[in-house]
Ligand binder design. Structure first.
Ligand code: ACO
Length: 294
């Protein structure tokens, strides 16, 4: 039977749409040629609240960033001094209230980019937090591999104060990051945390003076870029997988399989190179040097 051409497949269409950076109206992506993509939620007049449009744009932008060979690290931040004030209370909550189909589609999309996609993203991701980080913004904060905050950043799980629980993946995200005791405290009290407190409870890796925030993120990104990206990718996947519901036997089995998979997939053959550099050549100490870049 003759095979008819059916034109571009849906995913090809979506990928070509994703290339259209200039079409984005609620996010801004900067690439300075240093293998870092700076992705800004860009609704500063609304404190970077996440509207349906913003969710769609982030969903597509991650496609493009994933296949961009010139990028190793994706930084997620907010434009003009605020990370994000959470879901857009008007456009997301009020205006979708009587539209269950659209709301369902949106929930698929917003969970997808902020949790499923980001927390398993193959490249390194860093949340750079300044100003407000509220409610739904905790999801992509936690989903990023690293989070660096300004000392005066302001975190709040405000949900209980206006009559809802932290839904979507927020509760799951904060329990994963902070543990049960602190999560329950901040979910029930909605008490504000500053950057230093956020670092204490494990919500961010560290807090630095605002003037040093971008430089600190760049320092971390640059340090990570010198390492073998295949090893980093496998390591972060392994962390997430064992944390999310594997028992000891499953973890041992999975990590063994991952170890073998990495050896097979790493084109730089970093494992053998590193091993022989240390054991035979005595030219390399793994505790001091970055693993050879693959
Ligand atoms: N959704 C929609 N609009 C918002 C949001 C939001 N989450 N946050 C701020 N805005 C809008 C404001 O309505 C205002 O719009 P306007 O200029 O048209 O009046 C503009 O952004 C500026 O907001 P202000 O409140 O004036 O800014 P301020 O700097 O004084 O306060 C703060 C910032 C603390 C973030 C405050 O705006 C606020 O409490 N926002 C709501 C935060 C929140 O509870 N988010 C939802 C969490 S629940 C969830 O995400 C699932």
């Amino acid at each position: 039977m003759a095979v008819r051409s059916t034109g571009p497949k849906r995913w090809e269409h979506e990928l070509s749409e994703a290339s259209a950076y200039s079409a984005y109206s609620t996010i801004r992506i900067e690439r300075a040629g240093d293998r870092i993509a700076w992705v800004y939620l860009n609704r500063p007049e609304k404190r970077n609240a996440m509207s349906p449009q913003l969710h769609m744009e982030m969903y597509h932008a991650l496609d493009e960033l994933e296949i961009d060979d010139e990028i190793d690290v994706v930084v997620i931040a907010g434009a003009e001094g605020n990370f994000s004030s959470g879901q857009d209370l008007k456009q997301f909550f009020r205006e979708l209230e009587d539209k269950p189909d659209q709301r369902y589609l949106m929930e698929q999309r917003y969970c997808k980019w902020r949790w499923d996609r980001l927390s398993t993203f193959p490249k390194i991701t860093i949340a750079m937090v300044d100003g407000w980080c509220v409610g739904g913004a905790f999801t992509h904060l936690v989903a990023c591999d690293f989070a660096i905050a300004a000392e005066q950043a302001r975190f709040s799980l405000s949900e209980v104060n206006w009559g809802i629980i932290p839904g979507g993946m927020v509760t799951k995200a904060v329990v994963e990051a902070m543990g049960y005791r602190d999560s329950l405290y901040y979910i029930l009290t909605a008490e504000e945390l500053d950057g230093a407190r956020a670092a204490q409870v494990g919500l961010v890796n560290r807090a630095v003076p605002a003037a040093e925030l971008r430089a600190e993120v760049e320092r971390l990104a640059t340090m990570l870029m010198r390492k073998n990206q295949h090893v980093l990718r496998a390591s972060k996947q392994a962390c997430r997988m064992v944390m999310r519901g594997m028992d000891n036997d499953q973890s041992l089995d999975y990590l063994g399989a991952k170890f073998t998979q990495l050896k097979a997939l790493d084109p730089s053959n970093g494992y053998s190179t590193g091993l022989s550099s240390f054991v035979d050549g005595k030219t390399y100490k793994p505790v001091h040097d970055p693993y050879p870049r693959g």
